[in-house]
Design a protein around this ligand. Structure first.
Ligand SMILES: N[C@@H](CCC[C@H](N)C(=O)O)C(=O)O
Length: 268
């Protein structure tokens, strides 16, 4: 099986091209590939499928030739991955499956338009975040309030007073299973300047990651709400670098680097 490896601000992915839709991608296979000791190691898998051969998104085939069938490291199947779609776009262009410039990618959260800039950054139109009220988490015995933000996938974005650099995110933070019956991605953030935040993320199905694109947008939304703003551009510092989030009345955009680092043959 051919593979490539890539990352967006160190949110890393194994890319599995499957142009004929032949790969049986079980949860066990995904978990084995993502294993950082016995596999290649990654936060998730980007399974590259022709949209028209993928029944769950075949209705998107007119707007997007390729479907990002994203899987979490534990084999779970989430709706969307913001950094994943940027790395997916980079792969499509480098593999000659899409022309440079702007195009659509099919996802379980609908078609996402991506744009590759000459600078190397990839921008994705992430759609309008949905604000669904408040909830709480607790990390190592400390309770935090947050905002429930739906980015296609669920987020709880918490602006906190404690320095995020000192948090212990080695265990799953608690959350309310009545509000998040399918689990949730949890962001903890400190505003550190005008429209600038530092964020740590505990991802559903992957644990703490060094970046999360949907989480970066959810974090910007939470920071914006705190400062009484609804539009503008936020710098979101994550462990793996910095991404940019722009909020406007109709949608949100996520921009940052997306890089391929390896390719080869997988023998698992
Ligand atoms: N890293 C991703 C989000 C991946 C999915 C998430 N773990 C979930 O289960 O919803 C991103 O960049 O958005």
């Amino acid at each position: 099986m051919r593979f490539a490896k890539g990352h967006g601000t160190e949110n890393d992915f194994v890319i599995l091209p499957d142009p004929d839709g032949e790969l049986e991608l079980s949860a066990a296979l995904v978990a084995a590939v993502c294993d950082r000791r016995a596999g290649i190691g990654a936060d998730g898998v980007l399974h590259v499928m022709p949209t028209k051969l993928s029944p769950e998104v075949a209705d998107q085939a007119d707007a997007a030739e390729w479907f990002m069938d994203y899987r979490n490291a534990d084999g779970g199947i989430p709706e969307m991955c913001g950094n994943g779609v940027r790395v997916f776009a980079r792969y499509l262009v480098e593999a000659g499956l899409a022309g440079p410039g702007e195009f659509g990618v099919a996802t379980r959260a609908g078609v996402k338009r991506v744009r590759l800039a000459e600078t190397g950054d990839v921008t994705v139109d992430m759609g309008l975040p949905r604000l669904l009220g408040g909830s709480r988490t607790s990390v190592a015995g400390r309770e935090y309030e947050g905002l429930h933000v739906d980015m296609g996938n669920p987020h709880l974005a918490c602006v906190i007073g404690d320095p995020v650099a000192q948090l212990d995110l080695s265990h799953q933070p608690a959350f309310d299973p009545e509000i998040f019956p399918a689990g949730v991605n949890i962001e903890l953030l400190n505003p550190v300047g005008p429209r600038r935040v530092v964020v740590r993320v505990f991802e559903r199905g992957s644990g703490e990651t060094r970046s999360c694109g949907t989480g970066a947008v959810a974090s910007a939304v939470a920071a914006a709400q705190l400062s009484g703003e609804t539009t503008g551009t936020w710098a979101v510092e994550v462990l793996g670098g910095t991404v940019t989030v722009t909020l406007d009345e109709h949608t949100s955009y996520l921009s940052g680097p997306a890089t391929l680092v390896a390719s080869g043959e997988l023998t698992l």
